[in-house]
Design a binder for this molecule. Structure first.
Ligand code: PLP
Length: 230
């Protein structure tokens, strides 16, 4: 039962919060539902989850059509500029902004729809060639550039840590991300907030919470393994 998985994840989140001396309300759990059928999302919705994460525009749009309106949809995957128009106004938070070019397109669509779009800057913390995200050294500059885009609201940072067997291996990365967010906050850049840290997935969300995550993105731990062969 998916609900049992969710209870397990909830317990782990509580344990991590306690260990770190944090309040449970400081951490939002996103159920990462990519590749999973809407029936499974509904089951988790009925269990009380309202934040869902998807990484493909078309899949997210199909799911928003048929699922309840009070769901907060999170775009966590790499976003192509030509698809931005489909999700602006439908997404609670875009986690994957890693260039001025992409941000400008979001701004353009947001102006058209007269909305303000909450976003995160995606940082490629481990500097893995295969992953998206801006290099840590470039994050402050991008934050300054985004400051001028008045229909964007930068709320913080997002990072994808490497896949590891032992989550402790990712602790230094999570800690670095948190430090980076403090560094950016200390720059006091107009229109740039650093209240959100989206980091931690099924393999390492407890460590991420201990290091300051305010959002964890859990897929496999809730929905089970993904099948990409279909
Ligand atoms: C798929 C995905 C997740 C969830 O991964 P799990 O290991 O299944 O928890 C989290 N974040 C991003 C950006 C993803 O693409």
């Amino acid at each position: 039962m998916l609900k049992d998985n969710l209870i397990q994840v909830e317990n782990n989140i509580l344990t991590a919060c306690k260990k770190a001396g944090r309040d449970r309300s400081e951490v939002t759990l996103i159920a990462v539902s990519k590749t999973k059928p809407v029936e499974m999302l509904r089951e988790i919705y009925d269990a009380g989850i309202r934040d869902f994460g998807e990484n493909k525009v078309q899949e997210m749009c199909e799911k928003t059509e048929v699922l309840p309106e009070d769901i907060r949809w999170h775009m966590i995957g790499h976003l192509q500029t030509n698809k931005v128009k489909y999700i602006v106004g439908k997404t609670a938070l875009i986690h994957s902004v890693d260039s001025l070019h992409l941000a400008e397109e979001i701004q353009k669509q947001a102006v058209k729809k007269d909305v303000v779009v909450p976003i995160l800057i995606e940082v490629n913390i481990a500097e893995e060639a295969s992953k998206f995200g801006i290099r840590k050294e470039e994050a402050i500059r991008l934050a300054r550039e985004l400051s001028a885009l008045d229909h964007l609201q930068v709320q913080g940072l997002m990072a994808i840590a490497p896949y590891v067997e032992d989550p402790e291996e990712n602790r230094p990365y999570f800690s670095e991300i948190r430090q980076l967010s403090v560094d950016i906050r200390n720059q006091n850049i107009d229109n740039i907030n650093m209240n959100v840290l989206s980091m931690g997935m099924t393999g390492d969300y407890m460590v991420a919470i201990e290091e300051g995550a305010t959002i964890v993105r859990v897929g496999t731990g809730i929905f089970g393994e993904r099948d990409y062969t279909k």
